[in-house]
Design a protein around this ligand. Sequence first.
Ligand code: ATP
Ligand code: MG
Length: 620
Amino acid sequence: MTMPGPWAAYRAVTQDRSQLKPVSRGVVRRVLGYARPYKGLVIAFLITLIATSILTVAQPLVFRVIVDDGITVGDAGLVTWLAIVIAVLAVVDAGVGIVSRWFSARIGEGLIFDLRTQVYAHVQRQSIAFFTRAQTGALVSRLNSDVMGAQQAFTSTLGGVVGNLITTIIVLITMLLLSWQVTVLALLLVPLFLLPARWMGRRLQLLTRQQMQDNAQMNAQMTERFNVAGALLVTLYGRPTDEDQQFSERAARVRDAGVSIAMANRWFFTALALVAALATAIAYGVGGNLVISGGISLGTLLAIIALLAQLYGPLTALSNVRVDVMTALVSFERVFEILDLPPLVSDRKNPPPVAVPDGPLSVEFDGVSFRYPTKEEVSLASLESVARDVEEAEPTEVLRDISLSIEPGQLVALVGPSGAGKSTMVGLVARLYDATRGSVRIGGVDVRDTSLASLHKSLGVVTQESHMFHDTIEANLRYANPEATPEQMRAALEQAHIIELVDRLPEGLDTVVGDRGHRLSGGEKQRIALARMLLRSPRVVLLDEATAHLDSQSEAAVQAALDNALSGRTALVIAHRLSTIRRADLIAVVESGRIVETGTHEELLSKAGAYAHLYETQFA
Ligand SMILES: Nc1ncnc2c1ncn2[C@@H]1O[C@H](COP(=O)(O)OP(=O)(O)OP(=O)(O)O)[C@@H](O)[C@H]1O
Ligand SMILES: [Mg+2]
């Protein structure tokens, strides 16, 4: 079996009940659906469990025959023969145990695999809104623990519940058949044990939960502080003694809870052993007298006592079956909840690709209004308890009635104060979100009516904070275009004016960048991101220019890189550089979610309106 008796009992009474809630009926049916591919294995597993239970009973019964018909009678041949039977039984028992574990591992790990791959695929296709809500750490650990919990349903719970049930029934029936008087008397102690065990279990649940929370806090403090960004903040603003104090308080709580848990633990097992010993004493006392008076044989008494030892663990574990099953189902339900979360942005049925002929495409905003989705629309109820609850105001419209038309090959610059809605506009073209009202069209087709894959294939997006995976430069470039040849990569790096830097690095294209790799400067990163975008040969470029002021040399390099990146393509650029604004075919000034002015640099300057003001304060 998967768990020895006393431990199964311990696990059963200490299981955390805080997350328990009634599960809907559909969940059970769905869980069975997941079990279906493993039907054969489950049946085989159950057979091994029954075999184990029968073997548990068989040994004491053979003892009985050895004592009564062998030793007492003086039949040496029978004794030897039965001793061999016992040895064979032991070997068979060991073999069945191993086979049983193989079945349960195959089922459990197979199930983890199924759930994990499904959840990964589903979460990956969630809209950006989902990720702005979910804390990555909480999400990942929750997914892990739920997937594990669901797996437990099949190995521990199925194995534990079914195994314990079969064992208890077979052992009890055998004992009652051997001597119902001794059995009943010995079992009188069961309630005496179960009550304190349940009380202890509740206490342990509380302590364990408390310790987990304290541990999580302690770990959070470490992960927050022990990384470059956190350490920098602590170094510059921190108060090391206060930090020490806070940490040691948390660590002390973990220590105290640890001591209490260890003691409660000991009490539980001591009580279990003690009750079993007392029951044995009763059995010896009552049974011994019965043997003397000739009511039962000596072998029967010994068999009953051996069986008694097998009874208490499974019995205790069974007293908590309901909790076991519920816990497993709740884990499943939470995994299902994630699988059922529809992505906010998704393809409609059989969408056609973006307009087919090659070359730059037009981009059009037609009366677009937009508000960011609310918590209810994107987040997961079961994850809310993990995320900190923030009071939220009614979402306001971030974009209001935006109309803007960009002809194929044109460069349109968006300018405006911080928070005006420029990045949001760009996000709508890439369908990170869908417009609340109005429509965004690319090549004359509403972005919602084309396939996401083809839309993203025709777009080249460079965000303000270009992210690189923790991998080599080559791998990061290849992510945009897996088929890119080394020559194409070099050409892209050359066009992005970053080839000199890459050539200077000792490991060149194999240099690892990103979180813990080589640190690239802001300007360098932007140019690598441009090269990555160029490798995609997009038909429309969406670019959020970095605000950082570069020295004139890097400025010139970025400028030249941009010239290459934008030529022959439709471009929507959130411009922070005068040079970009100057070459734009059209400038749109965005303020508080509206387009307040459009025109060329000269036209707008002569208007002496919003743009002229912005120009004087920001660009001049
Ligand atoms: N994920 C989000 N959820 C809710 N509100 C958001 C979200 N992202 C941005 N906002 C809000 O939408 C408004 C417009 O933001 P946006 O990022 O489009 O501004 P921006 O013009 O790009 O500013 P900046 O020049 O500083 O980058 C801001 O008020 C911002 O607080
Ligand atoms: Mg922005």
